[in-house]
Write a new protein. Structure first.
Length: 100
């Protein structure tokens, strides 16, 4: 893998990290569930839940539009990833052919 490709991959991974927020599900001794960034003292059980800040609270139709927009973005990212993979495979094949 060449240096520009490695730098691009590192940058892409770093750019995604702030987009993910972590929420924790906390269950107290009475069985009551609460959600927060950290559980309060005395929580019996906790479970981490990852959420995307792109899906903000709002009316159901607005959340559905946001979810659809997120799916479109995910498909676009996956298509670009597939294209880069194909280009990388083609470049590797060319480089392998030059060596022999």
């Amino acid at each position: 893998m060449n240096l520009p490709r490695m730098l691009f991959t590192a940058f892409a991974c770093a750019a995604v990290l702030p987009a993910i927020a972590q929420i924790v599900e906390c269950i107290d001794a009475d069985g009551k569930k609460t959600y927060a960034k950290t559980c309060p003292m005395g929580a019996v059980k906790q479970r981490a839940i990852e959420t995307s800040p792109m899906l903000k609270q709002g009316p159901p139709d607005e959340r559905a539009r946001q979810a659809d927009a997120l799916k479109v973005q995910e498909r676009t990212i996956e298509q670009r990833r597939q294209q880069r993979l194909q280009q990388s495979t083609a470049e590797d094949a060319k480089e392998g052919g030059k060596m022999t």
